[in-house]
Design a protein around this ligand. Structure first.
Ligand SMILES: O=C(O)c1ccc(O)c(O)c1
Ligand SMILES: [Mg+2]
Length: 577
């Protein structure tokens, strides 16, 4: 399928947008009128630039508030359209998107609307232009896609068809099955976007929160399937209005859009993810003396060393940490995932435009396949061979059984990119999304999981500048209170102090042991089970969480995160505050 994107979807000048869109591999563009109005180049030059980049101009948009105005206003509307048609001839575009009327002056009269659309199509035909009529979800009288289609049928002109836009259809909860009743050749254009489910005004939702397919909660691929079943043969075109995308890197967002369309095609082809990871092989940390002290207190010890790199294996139970002497601050730099097919996982990642990292290794060492996650963390796909590099060591006995989850802070404006990366490239499914109060802002958080073995939490801190983006590794154990007792006795300075107010509130809500308060252990429960957890102090950029899941508890104790954030900030006040 041909792939297109509206210029409004990415940041930059029109010249920058077109270059980035072509570089990302798109076949065509929708020129959004505002991008043309603010461009110093004449339409002929924009046309030549697109052609030089190998891009077709698939659509020009939007033309607004035309149909079903009181008859005396018709002539002015047609005059306005004539200007657009002449502009489109200069631009080399032959498809004009007309949005359903939002004007309070518009009349709720289908016959009038259809007559006007027919007149518009007749005029358009004189210029070799076709009209794609789209129902905006907030259109004054026409706001359902099947209503727009009825008007197109009534107007009955070969130069008039409909434009389907997944946002307008799915945001209203309309059933997209009706698309299959529209003849494919009358679907002149198909615009795709996704969105998170938000209870808000649909216009604001559309203008600020659209995202690429796979980043939100709509079944966009399902809608495309209906259009294909109807016989639609035009491009899949992304049309996103998003405050973050407008501020992010042009090329990076264009590439992410292409990734989302490749993932849609995969889904349509019924392709299951070829190699979902089954567990955490290791997490690699830039190490410092302080970090080693914390890990020693948690019962870890060095069990092996890499033959040629300054990397040690610290292994307790099923938790393997690689400590890398980078000379920098303590930080999480890589995650190793147990993969049923490491080579296939890298090929899959590459096909989804993820940057594959070069393998830097000595000849006798085990090759490792890795890609870069959106925040720069290296993701390795592993079988068990890598352990051989670290000699014959065995895990030290202890209370920690494995890695429960890893939490990463995403760079500003790339939260949606990260969600799509973990979903499409790694095969994790989205779980809960939350917004949590931070003393200096708001923490957006999204949990993702394979369902077994690998859990990730993606955070984005909407807080003042100058703050370190924290990461953390949550270690699983089977008796958290026992570990907490030992840590409190031997290393109380390594544990976050939890306010008494938290326990007053907790004890009012749940019957819990008074030991939680004494030990500074946090608690949560859901319909499946219970969750006990505690946090260490932060070293460099990283801290550790110890967690115990009782029963089938599914969450991450997110309700306790505001307590943690406040205590962490108290120990590390904002710069310049
Ligand atoms: O928000 C709008 O006005 C707008 C304009 C054109 C579109 O195609 C659309 O989906 C929305
Ligand atoms: Mg649209």
């Amino acid at each position: 399928m041909r792939k297109s994107i509206a210029t409004v979807s990415v940041s930059g000048t029109l010249t920058e947008k077109l270059a980035a869109i072509a570089a990302a591999g798109f076949d065509g563009v929708e020129i959004f009128e505002n991008d043309l109005l603010v461009c110093p180049l004449p339409p002929e030059d924009i046309r030549a630039m697109a052609a030089d980049l190998g891009l077709t101009i698939d659509l020009y948009q939007p033309f607004r508030d035309f149909e079903a105005l009181p008859p005396p206003m018709l002539a002015a509307g047609l005059e306005r359209a004539e200007h657009k048609f002449r502009l489109m001839e200069r631009l080399g575009a032959d498809l004009l998107l007309v949005c359903s009327n939002v004007s309070p002056l518009a009349v709720g009269d289908d016959a009038l609307a259809a007559a006007h659309l027919r007149l518009l199509a007749e005029r358009a035909a004189e210029h070799g232009v076709r009209i794609a009529y789209e129902a905006l979800a907030w259109g004054r009288h026409v706001n359902e896609y099947l209503h727009a289609w009825r008007l197109v049928q009534m107007a009955d002109h070969p130069n008039l068809g409909t434009c389907l836009d997944s946002f307008h259809i799915l945001s209203r909860g309309s059933d997209p099955i009706g698309i299959e009743a529209i003849p494919g050749e009358k679907i002149f254009f198909l615009q795709l976007s996704d969105a998170p489910l938000l209870a808000m005004d649909v216009l604001q939702w559309s203008r600020h929160h659209r995202c690429f397919p796979g980043q939100g909660n709509f079944d966009v691929a399902g809608l495309v399937r209906h259009a294909l079943n109807a016989g639609y043969a035009g491009p899949l075109s992304l049309e996103i209005f998003n405050d973050h995308f407008r501020q992010a890197g042009t090329g990076r967002i264009a590439t992410d859009g292409m990734r989302s369309l490749v993932a849609v095609e995969r889904e349509l082809a019924g392709a299951a993810h070829p190699c979902v990871p089954t567990g955490f092989a290791f997490t690699e940390l830039a190490a410092t003396g302080e970090l080693r002290e914390v890990l020693g207190a948690l019962g870890f010890a060095r069990t092996g060393s890499h033959p040629s790199k300054p990397v040690e294996l610290w292994w307790q139970g099923g938790a393997r940490l690689l400590l890398n002497d980078t000379g920098g601050d303590a930080a999480l730099i890589a995650i190793g995932l147990d993969s049923p097919d490491p080579g296939g996982a890298v090929k899959h990642a590459e096909s989804l435009l993820s940057p594959v990292l070069p393998r830097e290794r000595a000849p006798e060492e085990v090759p490792l396949d890795a890609v870069a996650a959106p925040d720069g963390t290296e993701i390795f796909f592993c079988d068990t061979a890598w352990l051989g590099d670290f000699g014959p060591g065995a895990p030290v006995p202890g209370q920690i059984t494995g890695v429960d989850h890893v939490a990463l802070t995403q760079p500003p404006h790339y939260f949606d990119e990260a969600a799509l990366f973990y979903r499409s490239v790694l095969g994790l499914r989205p779980q809960e999304s939350l917004e949590l109060p931070d003393p200096y802002g708001l923490l957006r958080s999204k949990a993702m999981s394979t369902g077994s073995g690998v859990r990730m939490v993606l955070n984005i801190a909407q807080v003042g500048a100058g703050q370190t983006p924290w990461q953390h590794v949550a270690l699983a154990c089977t008796d958290l209170l026992a570990i907490a007792r030992e840590l409190r006795a031997a290393h109380p300075e390594l544990l976050l102090p939890i306010p008494g107010n938290y326990y007053d509130d907790l004890e009012a809500r749940h019957e819990v042991s008074p030991e939680l308060r004494e030990l500074g252990v946090l608690y949560d429960r859901d319909e499946h089970g219970e969750f006990l957890h505690l946090y260490t102090v932060t070293v460099g950029r990283v801290f550790f969480e110890l967690v115990q899941r009782v029963g089938g508890y599914q969450g991450y104790g997110a309700g306790n995160a505001p307590i943690r954030l406040a205590v962490q900030h108290a120990g590390q006040p904002m710069m310049g505050g």
